[in-house]
Design a protein around this ligand. Structure first.
Ligand code: ADP
Ligand code: MG
Length: 246
């Protein structure tokens, strides 16, 4: 599902680490309701691009506009913007000394200023949605990797973000747990969440993405629908990548 409103506008963004060009003049729009999957070889700049959407990186050129707000403008309150952008990493960044419910409630009460009762109501719905309602009072250490990652997703969703960013959310999981996390992400995408997903899960990319972005050496070198990309790309670097992973 997608309409034409651009929620993320990335324009001519470049970023260097010393002499290394991690992002090379990247331009990209993510529309409301769209699921964009970013793929590419290791070191191609996928994480750097994702992190620049949340201003977790500085950039050397270009701009990033989130829902109309120029996030690299010094006058912008980046914390306000980050409230609208949920992020899920490879390593499940949940708080180990808080229960699952406390993990979900924390930012809701502190940042969103919801009452404990309101927050708990929202958290329960989200735990149900990600299939771990019965784990509400457990500590994350008692959960499997797949369950912890679903807590991380639910916690991000608890902020009711406008956009969700996922950086290889299943890469640290045992194979038998990958499916349960991808299922949650698939459900979210179908519900119309705006999502940017870096992943090596090509089945997910093919099934769920509205658009595939292929990066190499810091640049977007190819993009298209899954069908265009997986079955009809003429780009040599994309073909090489696909021949190595499929
Ligand atoms: P990907 O996520 O596609 O594997 P990254 O965005 O992590 O790629 O990295 C892009 C390039 O930038 C790589 O060459 C990587 O080694 C380099 N890089 C990433 N982070 C840093 C950093 N903090 N310092 C120096 N180089 C970095
Ligand atoms: Mg990465």
């Amino acid at each position: 599902m997608m309409n034409s409103k651009s929620l993320v506008h990335i324009e001519n963004v470049s970023k260097f680490y010393g002499d290394l060009k991690a992002l090379d003049n990247v331009s990209l729009d993510i529309h409301e309701g769209e699921t964009v999957v970013i793929i590419g070889p290791s070191g191609s700049g996928k994480s750097t691009l994702l992190r620049s959407i949340n201003k977790l990186e500085t950039i050397d050129a270009g701009k990033v506009i989130i829902d109309g707000v120029d996030i690299y403008d010094e006058a912008t309150d980046i914390n306000k913007v980050r409230e609208e952008v949920g992020m899920v990493f490879q390593s499940f960044n949940v708080f180990p000394h808080k229960t699952v419910m406390e993990n979900l409630n924390l930012a809701q009460t502190v940042v969103r200023k919801r009452t404990a009762e309101e927050a708990t109501g929202i958290s329960k719905k989200l735990l149900e949605k990600v299939g771990i309602f019965e784990k509400a009072d457990e500590y994350p250490g008692k959960l499997s990797g797949g369950q912890q990652q679903r807590v991380a997703i639910a916690r991000a969703l608890a902020m009711t973000p406008k956009i969700m960013l996922f950086d290889e959310p299943t890469s640290a999981l045992d194979p038998e747990m990958i499916g349960e996390v991808l299922d949650v992400m698939t459900k979210l995408a179908k519900e119309g969440m705006t999502m940017v997903v870096v992943t090596h899960e090509m089945g997910f990319a093919r099934e769920v993405a509205d658009r595939i972005i292929f990066m190499d050496h810091g640049a977007v070198v190819e993009q298209g629908t899954p069908d265009e990309f997986f079955d009809h790309t003429e780009n040599d670097r994309a073909k090489l990548f696909l021949s190595q992973i499929l």
